[in-house]
Write a protein that binds this ligand. Structure first.
Ligand code: PHE
Length: 446
């Protein structure tokens, strides 16, 4: 491969890094709160359908496009000859990554606060009034949420500045397997809580009546996009450092299965606890932050376990932040010839400034309501439910229609015949049509 371009050290290193991008706060914090708000089992089913029909083909498309593009997100969309408008589509990912990072770093900051609180003991001693109060106390301040957000951005910047092999890959290799082990242990422990069965049935036994709610579909699709991490050209960017030998379909399968498994395991840790402790699954974005510490409080050696868990959650958030950060950074390096550190600093500062309203949205800016939620809820919902699916459509149509089908399938390592045809039709018709249908339905156009 080209001498001057960075590469992953191995196929396994690449797959771990992409799983690191996919698995993050989306699987634990977001999955539990969105599934909780949307009735559990039936949501899980619609979410899984969206992952398979829409998410998986786009993961493959992003990987194929990225490896062939041989550069950053913007360049990848310019490489296959196509109409001028399409050639700009890469910028959606660049702008979108910055938008997502702005509030993602805020939630990641909450996790860091819990990690440090767990390690120093503050998280365990102030729990008398319950974690609802602990969370509200923390989040209603001005300096604290901002400081933790800034700290998380700083750490992610540091990793990205280290480059592909030294920074991104090294961090993922250690952290992802550890986190997996931990979530399995936590789910097993939660199963022993009295009343855990109610949590299991909430997650697995669909209450069909919720299928009548329009919001369920857009929430499930948004969650599929967000959790996989597709739409923002993260996989396009990561695949540009991927070797020819790594097989794309196999990598995509690992990403999709790994991501789903993490979400379900997180659900198995959180929902039994929600019901065992008599909480409501509809608590919204704070759900994981008020239920998880409660589990640890009850658990033997819970303070050690809890600190470790929040430490790993921080790590999972970092690996996702790093992937989002790498999209604009790679573009700035490649297109504007900036040095890596300069690009990282520029993007990091922008992300922080844009994230300030989200960080303050449960405190100083609490009065600002958009729809039924505050600023952070609004940015989170808009990014996942609208921005990512629209960006997803552009990738589907670009790879499905603009790119030559044979070449696209070959670039994706898909054999001619059924696999290639199936994938192309999912991209050309099924995925974009489903996305549009859900979007129109939720906005009331249909
Ligand atoms: N998938 C990541 C998570 O679950 C977040 C993410 C979104 C990453 C969009 C990349 C692109 O936390």
């Amino acid at each position: 491969m080209s001498g001057q371009r960075e590469q992953w050290t191995s196929g396994a290193g690449f797959v771990l890094a992409t799983i690191g991008a996919a698995v993050g706060l989306g699987n634990i914090w977001r999955f539990s709160y969105v599934a909780g708000e949307n009735g559990g089992g039936a949501f899980l089913l619609v979410y899984a359908i969206c992952v398979v029909l829409i998410g998986a083909p786009i993961v493959i498309a992003e990987l194929a496009l990225g490896r062939s593009g041989g550069g950053d997100a913007v360049t990848a969309f310019e490489t296959p000859a196509g109409p001028a408008l399409w050639r700009r589509a890469g910028w959606i990912g660049v702008a979108g990554s910055v938008a997502i990072l702005s509030y993602y770093s805020v939630i990641a900051g909450w996790a860091l606060k819990y990690f440090v609180g767990g390690a120093t003991g503050a998280l365990w001693t102030t729990a008398a009034a319950g974690y609802g109060a602990y969370f509200t106390d923390f989040i209603s301040q001005v300096g604290e949420p901002l400081a933790w957000q800034l700290a998380m951005i700083g750490i992610a910047m540091f990793v990205v500045a280290g480059g592909v092999q030294g920074g991104i890959e090294a961090a993922n290799k250690i952290l992802m397997p550890l986190l997996a082990l931990f979530v399995v242990g936590l789910a097993a422990y939660a199963a022993t809580l009295p009343g855990a069965g109610a949590g299991w049935s909430f997650l697995f036994v669909p209450d069909w009546s919720v299928l009548a709610r329009k919001e369920l579909y857009i929430a499930a699709m948004g969650q599929a996009f967000f959790s996989l991490g597709v739409g923002m050209a993260v996989f396009v960017t990561y695949a540009s450092y991927m070797s020819r030998e790594t097989r794309i379909p196999r990598s995509a399968a690992a990403i999709v299965c790994g991501d789903m498994a993490f979400a379900i395991l997180a659900g198995l840790a959180i929902f039994p606890a929600v019901f065992a402790f008599g909480m409501s699954p509809e608590a919204g974005p704070k759900l994981a932050f008020i239920t998880l510490p409660q589990i640890f409080l009850q658990m033997p050696a819970g303070n050690v376990m809890g600190s470790l868990f929040f430490g790993l959650l921080v790590a999972a958030a970092i690996t996702s932040m790093v992937s989002l950060l790498e999209v604009p950074v790679a573009t700035l390096i490649h297109r504007l010839r900036l040095r890596r550190w300069t690009a990282v600093t520029l993007v990091g500062l922008t992300v922080f400034v844009l994230g300030v309203p989200s960080a303050l949205s449960y405190g100083l800016l609490e009065e600002v309501r958009i729809g039924d939620g505050g600023i952070l809820d609004f940015v989170d919902q808009t990014a996942s439910n609208y921005l990512l699916p629209l960006a997803g459509i552009s990738i589907c149509l670009f790879v499905g229609w603009v790119w030559d089908g044979r070449r696209a399938a070959a670039a994706a390592d898909l054999a001619q015949g059924l696999p290639a045809t199936l994938w192309l039709w999912l991209l050309k018709v099924v995925a974009p049509a489903t996305i549009l249908l859900i979007l129109f339905d939720s906005t009331g156009v249909l």
